[in-house]
Write a protein that binds this ligand. Structure first.
Ligand code: GTP
Length: 597
């Protein structure tokens, strides 16, 4: 296709503002899906089918559209990756487009997350088309929200399109607006091929399907390709476009969007942000933007039932097929048994992974408190990388370095005070502040990553009634006064509860943890001291008093079957106990004490 007739765009929208419904109308209007085959959320349904291994996920649909000028254009609708909170991956899929539809529910107005993605789109120099959806709703306030959108992106209120994805009103006009406002792709047709990977998914039947946007040159079917970040070469088995079913083509030229199948079995060999080129006449320079996914947050994942360990291992391997950023290695904990130390891009990534393991693989898991990676330099000059608090070295420590992030917070200006208070409490340093409009402010902080991995998001949401959004990116390391706090039961450290914290917070961590555990661990036949300690120095202590628990004393008389039942019940209860030294700790205590709430 002539690049002048191509328009690549994406839709930025908050959940439920109507992205899937709008895509449905576009499929229908362009005749890609016939009316009688139409079903709600066509592309989403394909997603479900893909999970069953039937079709390929449609990350980019090609829509032929005859515009007002009677030319037939190719509109490529590029979907942002499922895990939208990974700003790096979102920014890669935005980089594959020249324009973005900013879709906002006319009864709700713009939401914080949408705004963060809008800024990413602006950073990528995309043409923005502001659109209000659901104008058919009685509660819609199109005038009010058109003014808000116009103010944020700096256009006139009457430039904001008004559509109903449900009824189809205004959708054709929107397609014409895309043709008129989104610039066509530019690239060098005769240069060596360069294509950017904006998503890659593992398909049971076809191996890894890689979604690319060609920038320069051409990728043909009968060609070996090379990944520029690693130099690895692969045979090309298929090149195609999605419209809306996967359709083979001979090749993809400048500005075109499609998929490649190379027989690669592992998404880590086909990573988002990497540049694909020809293996024989390769380009010399990569497209900007590739970043090796680097795990930032670690947590131990343990099956509640020890026998589930092999299931957990298989499940992690399966998820890794579709998630290049997930890393894991076996780990044993004296308290929790066999499990895995897992590395994630951030907290949300951790939560999503954990939820998928539990839901899709039917696992019950305990995850240890998330922690970041520390560099510990000893007085004798040796250096340790610590991804698990229990590995924190003993002996004379010179300095401990922790990872820092640059955080950008957006919120209504009413919340400046509470946000500052929160960030300062988390050792944040304010770097700058700008008013984006009269009542919306952007604040920039440097913060230790460790301070935001815990409950920062929850705190931020509750202090700002859900209106603030946070985006952050890594920004090097910094030395800090950090210590390891151990929790001891009857003098024995419980590895799962060890934490690396700032010295100023060590005491409150110790007090909180010992208190929590005193509530959670039932009384035993002997007294159990619970202590928090830094090295050999105890900083907090609680006691669980001894009791004599005799379940049979409740049974007066000689009902033998009732006695047997009680004994069996007690045995059942024991199974769900973990022994820590001589102390029986119920499984529940670990789960509750380690949960982030
Ligand atoms: P996610 O897939 O969850 O991210 O949501 P989405 O943004 O794709 O929204 P979706 O298209 O699923 O629409 C959310 C709800 O809004 C659905 O119940 C739609 O039927 C409804 N909806 C979408 N567009 C319109 C519209 O123009 N008018 C009305 N009245 N309802 C709409």
């Amino acid at each position: 296709t002539d690049p002048a007739l191509i328009r690549n765009f994406c839709i930025i929208a908050h959940i439920d503002h109507g992205k899937s419904t709008l895509a449905d109308r576009m499929l229908q209007l362009t005749g890609v899906v016939e009316d009688r085959q139409m079903r709600a959320q066509y592309l989403d349904r394909m997603d479900i089918e893909r999970e069953r291994g039937i079709t390929i996920k449609s990350q980019a649909v090609r829509l032929p559209f005859t515009a007002l000028d009677d030319e037939t254009y190719v509109l490529n609708l590029i979907d942002t990756p499922g895990h939208v909170d990974f700003s790096y991956e979102v920014s890669r899929s935005l980089a594959a487009c020249e324009g973005a539809i900013l879709l906002v529910d006319a009864a709700q107005g713009i939401e914080a997350q949408t705004l963060a993605n809008l800024y990413l789109a602006l950073e990528n120099d995309l043409a923005i088309i502001p659109v209000l959806n659901k104008i058919d709703l009685p509660a819609a306030q199109p005038e009010k929200y058109a003014a808000e959108l116009a103010n944020i992106i700096g256009c006139e209120p009457d430039e904001v399109l008004k559509v109903s994805a449900k009824t189809g009103v205004g959708v054709e006009e929107l397609l014409n607006e895309i043709v008129g406002k989104v610039p066509p792709p530019v690239g060098e047709a005769d240069a060596p091929a360069r294509a950017m990977i904006f998503d890659s998914v593992y398909d049971t039947y076809r191996g890894v399907v890689t979604y690319v946007r060609v920038v320069d040159g051409r990728l043909g079917t009968r060609e070996r390709i090379a990944m520029m970040s690693t130099g690895a070469t692969h045979e090309m088995l298929e090149v195609g476009v999605i419209s809306p079913e996967p359709t083979k083509v001979e090749g993809l030229g400048v500005g075109e969007v499609g998929y490649l199948i190379t027989g690669v079995k592992d998404v880590r060999q086909s990573r988002v942000g990497d540049t694909v080129t020809s293996a024989t006449k390769g380009a010399s320079e990569m497209l900007a933007g590739y970043r090796d996914p680097k795990p930032m947050v670690f947590s131990g994942l343990y099956p509640i039932e020890g026998t589930d360990y092999p299931v957990l291992r298989d499940a992690l391997e399966k998820l890794q097929l579709n998630d290049a950023a997930l890393v894991f290695e076996p780990e044993t904990s004296a308290a929790l048994g066999f499990g895995f130390r897992c590395g994630f891009l951030g907290l949300l990534h951790l939560e999503i992974t954990r939820a998928r393991l539990e839901r899709e693989f039917n696992l019950d898991l305990i995850s240890t408190a998330p922690n970041v990676v520390y560099q510990v330099i000893m007085e004798d000059g040796t250096e340790h990388t610590v991804t698990n608090p229990s590995e924190f070295p003993e002996g004379k420590i010179d300095t401990v370095h922790e990872p820092m992030v640059k955080g950008t917070l957006l919120a209504p200006s009413d919340f400046v005070g509470p946000i500052m208070e929160l960030c300062q409490g988390r050792r944040g340093v304010l770097q700058g502040m700008d008013y984006l409009s009269e009542d919306r402010v952007e604040m920039r902080y440097t913060l230790p990553l460790a301070e935001i991995v815990f409950d920062f998001f929850d705190q931020l949401k509750s202090r700002t009634k859900g209106y603030a959004s946070l985006d952050y990116e890594p920004s090097g390391d910094q030395a800090a006064d950090l210590v390891k706090v151990d929790i001891l039961l009857q003098g024995e450290a419980v590895d799962a509860f060890s934490a690396i914290v700032h010295r100023d917070k060590a005491y409150s961590y110790g007090v909180e943890m010992t208190k929590k555990l005193r509530e959670l661990i039932p009384r035993q036949h002997y007294e159990v001291p619970i202590q928090a300690a830094i090295g050999s120095r105890v900083i907090a202590r609680e006691n669980i008093r001894a009791i004599r628990k005799d379940v049979l004393s409740k049974c007066y008389g000689g009902d033998i079957s009732r006695k047997r039942k009680l004994l069996e019940k007690q045995k059942e209860g024991k199974k769900r106990m973990k022994m820590v030294g001589r102390v029986e700790v119920p499984q529940e205590a670990f789960i509750t004490a380690l949960s982030t709430e």
